[in-house]
Design a protein around this ligand. Structure first.
Ligand SMILES: C[S@@+](CC[C@H](N)C(=O)[O-])C[C@H]1O[C@@H](n2cnc3c(N)ncnc32)[C@H](O)[C@@H]1O
Length: 314
């Protein structure tokens, strides 16, 4: 991989995540999709169970502050780091409303360059919902640097290769839509036309094998060519195998690594039942607790919904 292509990957991510609508779209995910509710609840629980001895936190690719702001509200000192100015502006707005702006240092930058941060500068480094995957082909160096700047703990979630079964079921997102009367354009289209896609649908086995061999949904050259034409393609994203992620973490000195697959149980639950659960607050909380336990079992982590989570000591 040439240095030029490596930097292109960062440029592609920067352009995509700086699209004006991105920050607003991200803030609406849990209002629209049940799999996002489950993933957020899982990561929140994972964090809350592992905050002993943690005072300072680096959140890499922190978005609109989904996790940085709740941690700041618990009195932790958080560095909120992101490649997108739009995300940072939105996060500042929310932090201001929540009264925690003084607990957060906002830094605009790319995970591919963490030279501004010292070794062991933070108690914990974290990065959720795949920012590391977007740094392909630099993902291993990024993990190494996140471990370098943390003294006690690392907590991340990345794309999971075994979870990407869209290639067999392009309509799978439809069962995760919270409200069938939604006006969200993507959710609306998925409900109205998603199932039509299944009629006569046959998986492309060549694409399936290519993805499962490389961990890449799109060829890097194709994405670069779209970018060079002035478009804003989805960033080149790397999906990890669970055992591969464990080996990378071990190689860079992480210990006591625990992987989990947020959303695994939900794959077996019909959409109507998921929607019923979400409408009953008490049942919802009990279900999310059970999901956290179930999805933390190592035997099902490959079947997570998109992301693979990892927590480790350093
Ligand atoms: C799906 S969002 C997740 C945000 C947040 N971690 C969360 O869980 O809500 C991905 C975030 O990663 C950021 N990002 C993508 N590539 C990045 C990079 N190379 N360096 C830093 N941030 C990056 C995006 O701007 C976006 O805010």
């Amino acid at each position: 991989m040439s240095g030029c292509l490596m930097n292109k990957s960062t440029d592609i991510s920067r352009r995509f995540w700086n699209l004006p609508q991105k920050a607003g779209e991200e803030t609406k995910r849990e209002q629209t999709f049940i799999d996002d509710i489950i993933a957020k609840a899982h990561i929140e629980r994972l964090l809350l169970e592992n905050l002993d001895g943690i005072r300072t936190v680096f959140d890499g690719g922190a978005g609109y502050g989904r996790f940085s702001i709740p941690l700041a509200k618990r009195g932790l000192n958080v560095t909120h780091f992101d490649i997108s100015e739009g995300m940072i502006t939105k996060a500042k707005e929310i932090a201001e409303q929540e009264g925690v702006i003084d607990n957060i240092t906002f830094v605009h930058g790319a995970l591919e360059d963490l030279t501004a941060f010292n070794d062991k500068q933070f108690d914990m480094a974290m990065s959720f919902d795949a920012p590391i995957s977007y740094t392909y082909p630099n993902h291993e160096t990024v993990i190494n640097n996140l471990i370098r700047i943390a003294s006690k703990r690392l907590c991340i979630s990345v794309y999971s290769r075994l979870a990407w079964t869209y290639l067999f079921d392009p309509a799978q997102k439809s069962k995760y839509i919270l409200d069938k009367n939604t006006s969200d354009p993507f959710a609306r289209w998925t409900l109205d036309h998603g199932l039509e896609q299944l009629e006569g649908f046959k998986p492309d086995m060549k694409a399936v094998h290519e993805f499962f061999e490389t961990g890449l949904m799109e060829k890097m050259d194709d994405t670069v060519s779209e970018y060079d034409k002035g478009k804003s393609p989805w960033p080149v994203s790397y999906s990890f195998m669970p055992d591969e992620l464990t080996k990378i973490l071990q190689r860079f000195g992480a210990k006591d690594i625990k992987l989990s697959g947020p959303g695994a149980l939900s794959r077996t639950v019909p959409g109507e039942v998921l929607r019923n659960i979400m409408q009953d607050e008490k049942l919802k909380m009990a279900f999310l607790d059970f999901c956290f336990w179930y999805d933390s079992q190592p035997w099902c982590l490959g079947m997570s919904k998109d992301n693979l989570a990892a927590i480790a000591d350093i």
